[in-house]
Design a protein around this ligand. Structure first.
Ligand SMILES: [Zn+2]
Ligand SMILES: [Zn+2]
Length: 266
């Protein structure tokens, strides 16, 4: 069976509180050798860390302040994130980024928060998970000077075009692709991500949201990353196994994940 990593899910969110064990079991059965449980604030980072202890070597936690969370304007929340990340038990900084679609947090506040995340990611040599909605030019402009400082990371849930891909690759960033790329009318998106080398391509679910075809409209879960992978592998006319091995290798390298999960995870 092909091995997969869901590089972006919110498995510690309450949407999975009632049937977490079954969700993880289905994910393992679908070939998942790991997942990155992404936080949006200090509390969800704690929850993600607890999850990583419950499923050691399989679930991996991040800490950060999502740009649409009020916490991204709160210095105390940043102090907590800073302390959490310095504790050394998280695989990535984020998600952070810019979002002009939800405008509850002013863009300048989001930019200041992103800048703090980038600085800490470079200092701790951790990858950064970037969220971007309706703010691609602003995000790329802010990221540009960070390339020389060694920032690395992934733009998750990519929905842009071929020009955006070029600019992300120029910055040595990875591109995370999720369920939207499986939607029938999104030929344009599939065509754009075809240009991403497999060493830079990550698959993700963003569960519980954005379930891929054929689960569209239902709660998303990490197992469905297999449907994203099938769609993208078919689009490239690649063997599923080769596609999965390559993207899993890319995920392990970026997030510094163990090469094999322990045999007795619980
Ligand atoms: Zn996001
Ligand atoms: Zn997310």
């Amino acid at each position: 069976m092909p091995s997969l990593v869901d590089t972006h899910c919110h498995l510690a969110f309450s949407a999975f509180a009632d049937d977490l064990d079954a969700v993880v079991e289905r994910a393992r059965s679908a070939g998942l050798v790991g997942c990155v449980a992404v936080a949006v604030d200090p509390e969800s980072a704690e929850a993600a860390l607890a999850l990583s202890e419950q499923f050691p070597g399989w679930a991996h936690a991040t800490s950060g302040l999502h740009p649409t969370e009020a916490a991204c304007a709160d210095p105390l929340a940043w102090d907590k994130v800073n302390a959490q990340l310095r504790g050394g038990r998280f695989v990535a900084v984020g998600e952070t980024g810019l979002d002009r679609f939800h405008d509850d947090v002013p863009l300048a506040t989001q930019q200041a928060s992103l800048e703090r995340h980038l600085g800490l990611a470079v200092e701790l040599d951790l990858p950064v998970i970037l969220h971007c909605r309706d703010a691609f030019d602003e995000l790329l402009e802010q990221l540009a000077p960070w390339r020389a400082r060694g920032v690395r990371g992934v733009l998750h849930c990519f929905t842009g075009d071929a020009a955006h891909i070029d600019r992300l690759l120029e910055l040595d960033l990875h591109v995370g692709v999720g369920g939207i790329a499986t939607f029938k009318p999104r030929d344009d998106l599939r065509a754009a991500v075809r240009a991403v080398p497999l060493t830079r391509l990550l698959v993700e679910t963003d569960a519980p949201w954005l379930a891929p075809v054929p689960h569209r409209g239902r709660r998303n879960e990490p197992a469905y990353v297999a449907d994203v992978a099938s769609c993208l592998a078919a689009d490239r006319e690649l063997e599923l196994e080769a596609f999965c091995d390559a993207t899993t290798q890319a995920a392990r390298a970026l997030f510094n994940l163990p090469s094999a999960a322990p045999a007795t995870p619980r």
